[in-house]
Structure formats: structure tokens, C-alpha cells
Design a protein around this ligand. Structure first.
Ligand code: ATP
Length: 300
């Protein structure tokens, strides 16, 4: 096989509970991940050496060197196999860059799956998950797809059954937000307020709503502890969220560290209507619809 293409979805966090800052600089999290139908595509082609090219939406903001998470993933996989394999990676981006939808992690997961196939390594999912956890907190979920609750840094995952398809609208913002800056702002405001940070716990009502596929209950339960920090760094997002609520979204929240805003709709038709209305309101760079859950990286 000379070339393998893998399609990989974005994620939205349905619950992101951020615990106290740990000694290693990470936070203990409860992170309910949900993969949605916004996809990047990573094509791996056999060659000597490593190279990467990025095309598509905001490609100019993604590094085309060893800092690219997909390249780091390919190098980590080659290291695990103990060989110096070569590959040329071409990434077609549709997932917003630095948008809080884990696009870089998705590309890393896609590169692991594509190179495992291209190089004929045949590594089992557990080995890939182990390599993924070293690459970043969101990479293991990007390998798994569907819907899952993550604990620890978000990397200890349990898959969740969802009782139906959820319909989403995403408002994409101009420019990204740095995940590190958003966490730092969250820590800063908590410290300034003298807040005693509780140990993060999964929300039982949210898990029940997911199980039952009850979009109305889910919309009311979605919560993101990083949202106040994202809004402090990008105040215009408050207007975007409000515009979605006013137009009948069942739930509205900042996705991960933002600045993408996610709105839960009642149905596919409602999502389309909401997207049109939000687009006309001029509160986002672009407004798109998607559904979830969808499977993780898939060879196409
Ligand atoms: P998360 O939701 O996991 O916090 P994010 O969606 O906010 O992440 P990403 O799109 O993953 O952010 O990108 C974060 C940064 O990582 C970008 O600013 C970019 O410079 C860098 N990066 C490295 N590789 C990639 C990649 N393949 N795709 C996107 N960004 C990448």
C-alpha cells in the first residue's frame, strides 16, 4: 500500500469540569467528549524522511514542521516500532484551528491510524491509545470517537451509549484562543476569588440525558468550567451565546477552550433554521451544522 487516507472528527465537550491545579501543571478533569461530523482528512504516503503539508480552512495557522501534532504522532509511532519509517502527510483541515474542537489532536489520531496501516505495523488499539496519551490529553478520545467520559487529564476514557442522534450548530470565530491561556485565566480568577476548587464529578443528570437521547434535558445540563475564562479573554462570545439562546437553542456553550460556540438543536431541521438565523445575525465568522456522535478515525 502506497497511500492511506483517514477521516477524523472534531469534538465538543458536553461537560468540562476543571478540578484543582496539580503539581505537574495539569488539572484533574471530568470531560464528557462527543465527536461531531466536522472532519479533517489526513493522507499518509510512503517516502523517505518526514514531511507535512496543510491545506483547507485556516491552513496558514498550522505549522508545517515537527511541531505539527500529526508529525509528532508519526514520529512517536515510528519510535514505538523502533524503526525510522518515512512518510509524507497531507492534512486537509475543516476543523477550526485553535477553536476548542481538538483539531490538532484529531490530526494526531488520524496520523497514528494512517501510519499504522501504511507501515503494516498492525498495532492493536491499546498500543495506539498509549502512544496517544503521551501526545496530548485529547488525543486518546480522538482515537476512540463516539461519546466518552474522560478523567485524569481527560485521557482515562469510558465510552458512553447515546440514545439517539444529536443535532448541533457551531459558530466559528475569527482567530483562535490558546488553550494554555484559557486555563491560566481560569486559575488566575479562581485564585483571585479565593475559590476552593471542588474535585470534578461527572454530572448524573447529564449522563442520564445522554443515555436517553433527551436533547432538551442535555441542553439544560451542559456546562463548561472554562467558559468564564474564555468569555473574559473574548467578551464578544457572550453575544454569540445569547443570540443562540434567543433563537431557541436547547443549550449553548463555548466548546472546550473556545472560541467556537456550540448550540444544541431539537432536530436536523431546527439546526438548519438556527444556523441560518445565527448566520444572518452576524455574530460569527461562519455558522455550520453537524451531528453526533460519529465514529473516530476511519480509513477512506
Ligand atoms: P483543544 O480543543 O484540544 O484545546 P484546539 O482545538 O483549541 O485544541 P488546535 O486546533 O488543536 O486547538 O490547535 C492548537 C494549536 O496547535 C494551533 O495553534 C496550532 O499552531 C498547533 N497545531 C499543531 N498541529 C496542528 C494540527 N495538525 N492542526 C491544528 N493545529 C495544530
Amino acid at each position: 500500500m502506497n497511500s492511506v487516507t483517514v477521516r477524523v472528527p472534531a469534538k465538543v465537550n458536553l461537560q468540562l469540569a476543571v478540578g484543582p491545579l496539580r503539581d505537574d501543571g495539569f488539572h484533574d478533569l471530568v470531560n464528557v467528549f462527543h465527536a461531531v461530523s466536522i472532519f479533517d482528512e489526513v493522507t499518509a504516503t510512503a517516502r523517505t524522511g518526514m514531511s507535512v503539508r496543510v491545506e483547507g480552512d485556516s491552513a496558514d495557522q498550522v505549522p508545517e514542521d515537527d511541531d505539527n501534532l500529526a508529525v509528532r504522532a508519526a514520529l512517536a509511532l515510528a519510535g514505538h516500532a523502533g524503526r525510522s519509517y518515512g512518510v509524507s502527510l497531507v492534512i486537509h483541515k475543516s476543523i477550526p484551528v485553535a477553536g476548542g474542537m481538538a483539531g490538532g489532536s484529531a490530526d494526531a489520531a488520524a496520523a497514528l491510524v494512517a501510519c499504522n496501516e501504511l507501515w503494516g505495523l498492525g498495532l492493536p488499539p491499546d498500543d495506539l491509545l498509549e502512544i496517544a496519551a503521551d501526545l496530548g490529553s485529547d488525543v486518546p478520545f480522538a482515537l476512540l470517537g463516539g461519546t466518552a467520559v474522560g478523567t485524569g487529564r481527560g485521557e482515562r476514557l469510558t465510552s458512553l451509549e447515546v440514545g439517539g442522534t444529536l443535532h448541533w450548530v457551531f459558530a466559528l470565530a475569527d482567530g483562535g484562543l490558546s488553550t494554555a491561556r484559557v486555563y491560566a485565566e481560569c486559575d488566575r480568577t479562581r485564585e483571585a476569588a479565593g475559590e476552593r476548587v471542588a474535585w470534578p464529578r461527572a454530572s448524573d443528570p447529564l449522563l442520564a440525558a445522554l443515555r436517553e437521547g433527551d436533547a432538551k434535558a442535555l441542553g439544560a445540563e451542559m456546562v463548561n468550567d472554562l467558559q468564564p475564562a474564555a468569555l473574559a479573554l473574548r467578551p464578544s462570545l457572550a453575544r454569540t451565546l445569547e443570540a443562540g439562546r434567543e433563537r431557541g437553542a436547547l443549550g449553548a456553550l463555548v466548546s472546550g477552550s473556545g472560541p467556537t460556540c456550540a448550540f444544541l438543536a431539537e432536530s436536523k431541521a431546527h439546526a438548519k433554521e438556527l444556523a441560518l438565523s445565527l448566520g444572518a445575525a452576524g455574530v460569527a465568522r461562519d455558522v455550520i451544522t453537524a451531528h453526533g456522535p460519529v465514529p473516530g478515525p476511519t480509513v477512506v
